[in-house]
Design a protein around this ligand. Sequence first.
Ligand code: FE2
Length: 362
Amino acid sequence: MTQDTFPIRRIDHIRFYVGNARQSAFFYRHLLGFSVSQFHGLETGLKHEVDYLVEQNKIRFLFSAPVRPGHPIAEQLAVHGDHVQDIAFEVDDVDWSFNTAVARGATPAREPFTLSDEQGEVRLASIKIYGDTIHTFINRDKFKGHFLPRFVSREEPGVPAGLIEVDHCVGNVELGAMNHWVQWYQDVLGFTQLMSFDDKDISTEYTALMSKVMSGGDGRVKFPINEPAEGKKKSQIDEFLEFFGGPGVQHIALRTDDIVGTVSELRRRGLQFLRVPKTYYDDLPARVGKIDEDLEELQDLGVLVDRDDEGYLLQIFSKPITDRPTLFFEIIERKGAKSFGKGNFKALFEAIEREQAVRGTL
Ligand code: FE2
């Protein structure tokens, strides 16, 4: 199998550049149930930046913000707003991963380097992907600490909302760039293409997009890549590219084993989700057959259902979590299905278009 040509243990963490990391940590703790667990900043000797690590089960998000003028993070924030800057992979051998990726055509972002303190050392290196986004390779086999050297623990537990791990992470790229990145993930990181959708699958009266799903790390890492297709009006991908200032990460899907419990709790805490019309549920039993969940409960929450050859999945999408209509979250529960909810695309995109119309960007 081609994915064995580039061993990746898992997504280690996702790093966000934000304007105010303290407030982001608070938001993720109180709204999404993350615990604030690690900190590095002025008080720990970091002079120009502050970093907060938040965790829930296997999910780790790192929020980084500049604390002085003229910081490179501030320049990227001016272009993109708060955004996902790095999807970091834990690997067996950072130097091998970096050198192999670069030999296969990746552009270096940071040459291999070591961070150390009295707890040991961590090796890191990064390569560029679309836009200003990067993949960092990280190995902490020689480190006894929790996350990275010089970070200190911070005990601010959240009340978990049942979020378990990152299921997939979606990138939006420019028209014509999707196949370039599909090829890049195949050539550089040995990923395979799981599935593809074209504008016949994913179109509404007004907008269309194309998508290919890349998978690596023995199936543990799944990255759909979207590009806009010609439609009558501006597609949600075009809207993203305009407001983001180029290609970037559009949504992160977080997996739960109890979507009804998770979404009820997130709604109660104030996270806003996209709504589909009530008519979506009329033909649902005919489309997906028998499911374990109570249909009325799903309808109350706005949870969507789709079936494939292997089972079914339940999913729901948040509204954008930033000022710009860019980054949002998907909550997903898998009951055997390994796909991405193709049967929901139309209802979903019509819901997004209603939001776009309100923003005046359709
Ligand atoms: Fe998704």
